[in-house]
Each structure stands twice: as structure tokens, then as C-alpha cells.
Design a protein around this ligand. Sequence first.
Ligand code: AMP
Length: 128
Amino acid sequence: MDVTGLPPYDDANVFAKILRGEIPSRKVYEDEWALAFHDINPQAPVHVLVIPKGRYCSLADFSAGASDAEIAGFFRAVGHVARSLGLEAPGYRALANMGDHAGQEVGHFHVHIFGGRPLGRMIQSARG
Ligand code: AMP
């Protein structure tokens, strides 16, 4: 169990492999706290993922278990990446899926940054 009571971090997840350099990514930004790279299956003209360097499964795990420095460093990196991609003036969406109901696929905490066009409604209606 991690600090949230959910299953533990799996070092074989695809983002862990990207962090270790075992599989390639199209890197956008990297610093002490975060790595950002293009999503392999983009859902908008700009679709970038920002991940913390630490071993955190999800937003629940990260918010409960990461240090203040990790949290500050990570979210500063999210803002920096969006700014550096020229997304601030037109606007963008930052989103984190957490767990089954959100459809989280990769068990390493990540924030999606979407931009490059008007993004429509925030979520699909429950009726589809
Ligand atoms: P989520 O559903 O929030 O867990 O999102 C996982 C995201 O990771 C999806 O948008 C995938 O397209 C993306 N993804 C999966 N494998 C890779 C990869 N090797 N490189 C870049 N993005 C990936």
C-alpha cells in the first residue's frame, strides 16, 4: 500500500521507464523536480505530460506523500511548461486523472496540459 492505502508504486510503469531512459520520449522540459514530454496519443494540437521525478502513483499519493519542495517544484514546472509552449495567452487545460473513475492508465502521477484550440466542455456528461 502507498500512503493513500492504494496499491504500491510499480517501477515497471511506462513513465518510470521514460524517467530511467529505457524508452524514448519527446522531451519538452526537465529540471530537478519534473520531466515534461509530448503525449504519444495527443488529444489536442498541444498535449504534453508533466511528471514528477519521484515515485508517486497518483495525485492522491503525491499530495499525501511528497515533500513541500517536491510539490512546489513540480507545480512550478507545470506552469513553466505551459508558459514556454505559448499557451498562457490563448489558455490551456491542466488535468490529472486519479484512479478508476477518471480512467487513469499509467500509475505514475502526471498532469496533462492540453492546448492549441478551444477545448470545449470540461467533462463529458454522465449520459455520454
Ligand atoms: P492517463 O489516462 O491520465 O493515465 O493518461 C496516460 C497518458 O499517457 C495517455 O494520454 C497516453 O497516451 C500517454 N502515454 C502512454 N504511453 C506513453 C508513452 N510511451 N509516451 C508518451 N505518452 C504516453
